[in-house]
Design a binder for this molecule. Structure first.
Ligand SMILES: C[S@@+](CC[C@H](N)C(=O)[O-])C[C@H]1O[C@@H](n2cnc3c(N)ncnc32)[C@H](O)[C@@H]1O
Length: 385
């Protein structure tokens, strides 16, 4: 059972649910899941990411790797340093959450170099951008001066683009295989205004994608099979690729190569919700006060990048990436035994297969950089994409 909402949360959720129900009515009674997820997460002033709930980190709804430990950001910083040494330029972080990774990366690069000219943040949530500003205000002035918030992608970007757990937050489509056909799952409102799921004919773009997917897999998906497709990821990665003149795009997230993602036994999809550190699978409750997310089809991201002219720089597990970028040394060089024990505990959570080590992956897409990225030196699973 999920914990009860506070009075404010209940009012907030009721207001967003009513706004979504109104859009469903205006659309003729049915809304695609993609549009529902967009409203639930990003409706101005009311969506989960647009409004003020605590969201990320201890005391929030979920914890990400950079929130769990600065060891993660230290490893990412070492990978950034390698690219910046080769290409110069900036770091651009997409969807920077609380700003903790930005703070940790700048602090690490101030100590070991090279610092980026700018650390830019592109954030769709005004609420989170405000929190990032408040946090990064505390950086030393020489570092703070490098941080800026962008309202759109720059052109001719040189350096490193980073996105941790952003692709999983892009609104996705849902489908079910029924009577041998693809049906799209969407959202309807009942007489009381409560939201629920209903099937409709699949949008042509979705039906086409599933047709292609089945051809790639060499088999039809089984009857009753439910899953997700994030069509928006294509345009998102392509836009980043077009902005990247030289350097690397590093995407960190939970997900799988396509063949594993759409395995016939993964028959109920990957969609899940986060509320006060609990994970569940009902996106129609707590609307606007819980996170909704789906796993990432990394083959889709890789194809979108290579289709836009980028090279595949590597694909591996979070564990292999962190171990290849100096995680063990960062634990060993702790200044005291107590600190070493603390770091060792955090490192375990980041790399153990039953924690974040295997489910989370890292994909690198590059342009105009010659040397291989050391994050993929221990293990490169690109052949699985
Ligand atoms: C799950 S949170 C991850 C936050 C942070 N990167 C971390 O790891 O703690 C998703 C973040 O992506 C942002 N976001 C979602 N879609 C985005 C987009 N298209 N461009 C930039 N940021 C986006 C959200 O506002 C939020 O900051």
């Amino acid at each position: 059972m999920l914990p009860a909402l506070t009075g404010d949360e209940a009012r907030h959720s009721a207001a967003l649910t009513a706004a979504i129900a109104a859009e469903i009515a205006a659309a003729g009674g049915w809304l695609s899941f993609e549009r529902f997820m967009e409203l639930a997460l990003y409706a101005p002033g009311l969506g989960y990411y647009s409004a003020g709930s605590h969201k990320i980190g201890a005391g929030g709804d979920f914890t990400t790797a950079p929130e769990m430990s600065d060891l993660f950001s230290g490893c990412v910083a070492r990978q950034c340093a390698e690219v910046l040494a080769a290409s110069g330029g900036d770091i651009l972080e997409l969807g920077a959450g609380s700003g903790r990774m930005a703070e940790a990366i700048l602090t690490a690069l101030a100590a070991h170099g090279p610092l980026p000219e700018h650390y830019s943040i592109l954030e769709v949530s005004a609420d989170l951008a405000e929190r990032q500003r408040a946090r990064l205000e505390a950086l030393p002035a020489s570092l703070r001066a490098r941080v800026r918030w962008l309202t759109g992608l720059p052109s001719g970007f040189r350096g490193v683009m980073l996105a941790n757990e952003v692709a999983d937050a892009l609104p996705c489509r849902r489908f079910v295989v029924r009577g041998g056909r693809v049906r799209e799952l969407g959202v309807v409102a009942g007489p009381s205004g409560a939201l629920g799921e209903a099937e409709s004919d699949a949008a042509p773009a979705l039906a086409q994608q599933i047709g292609r997917l089945e051809a790639e897999l060499g088999a039809a998906l089984p009857e009753g099979y439910v899953s997700e497709v994030c069509l928006r990821a294509d345009a998102w990665v392509a836009s980043l690729a077009h902005a990247l003149e030289s350097g690397a795009l590093l995407l960190f997230d939970y997900g799988l190569p396509r063949r594993h993602y759409y395995h016939s036994e993964r028959a109920t999809g990957t969609l899940h919700c986060h509320f006060r550190q609990l994970v569940h699978d009902d996106p129609y409750v707590n609307v606007g006060v819980q996170d909704i997310t789906a796993w990432v089809d990394f083959t889709r991201l890789a194809l979108a990048g290579t289709g836009a002219g980028l090279s595949l720089g590597g694909f591996t597990t979070q564990a292999a990436f962190l171990l290849a970028t100096g995680l063990e040394a960062a634990v060993a060089e702790a200044p005291s035994d107590v600190e070493r024990a603390r770091r060792a505990g955090e490192a375990r959570r980041l790399v153990m297969p039953e924690e974040m080590g295997e489910a989370f992956k890292v994909l690198a897409l590059t342009r105009a950089i010659a040397q291989p990225l050391s994050g993929f030196a221990l293990q490169d699973l690109s052949h699985l994409l």
